[in-house]
Design a protein around this ligand. Structure first.
Ligand code: GRF
Length: 197
């Protein structure tokens, strides 16, 4: 059975990438990672990709004045690989509508809240967990969603919920959420792969 071909875009630690690498090492997992691209040269995720023998590249956004220039190089880097789905995994750049329309319904992202709550411009990383704590939410979680030009507004593929505990800090909450992201991302890729075969 043909496997879904993934490109994974990262900016940092790459723990979500690692979850996908580990899943793809299971023979019957219906996807394989063809290429990993980081916009930051110091992303530890690049080491994870190299260790797993996956072609990896850095396209440093700081080398380009315009977002469109950066995205043109991103596109050129992707082109030699058979990519069915682009997985944004801790990727911290906003993609323009121009790039997204080249990949209709083929870009997914993980967001560390129960979208549509606590999503949108400027809501990333610890800003999300701080807002959840300040709003006194009783639960939070993560959302794997399709990427459209409106930030964090694409249709949600699946969510995992975690309790917000008394005394939680940004640190304790983010640790609980990211553990669920790792599970959710693998599940979402499996769902998409099974829909496409
Ligand atoms: C994750 O919490 C993700 O939701 C956010 O970036 C964080 C880091 O992810 N976008 P990773 O460890 O680099 O995969």
């Amino acid at each position: 059975m043909a496997k879904l071909n993934l490109a994974v875009l990262i900016s940092g630690s790459g723990s979500n990438l690692q979850a996908l690498i580990d899943a793809c090492e299971e023979l019957n997992f219906p996807a394989q990672i063809r290429v990993v691209i980081s916009n930051r040269p110091d992303a530890f995720g690049l080491e994870r990709a190299q260790k797993a023998g996956i072609p990896s590249f850095c396209v440093d956004h700081k080398n380009y004045d315009e977002r469109e220039e950066f995205e043109a190089v991103l596109q050129t880097t992707l082109e030699p690989y058979p990519v069915d789905l682009i997985c944004l995994a801790g990727f911290m750049r906003i993609l323009t509508a121009g790039f997204i329309e080249k990949w209709p319904n083929k870009i997914i992202n993980t967001h560390p809240s129960l979208l549509p709550k606590f999503g949108g411009e400027g809501m990333y990383g610890e800003h999300v967990h701080r807002a959840v704590l300040e709003a006194n939410e009783k639960e939070s979680g993560c959302s794997i969603h399709y990427v459209i030009p409106e930030v964090d507004r694409g249709s949600v593929i699946l969510q995992k919920t975690v309790p917000v505990e008394a005394g939680d800090t940004i640190e304790t909450l983010s640790t609980r959420v990211i553990a669920q992201e790792h599970i959710a991302y693998v599940d979402a890729v499996r769902i998409i792969a099974q829909q496409q075969t």
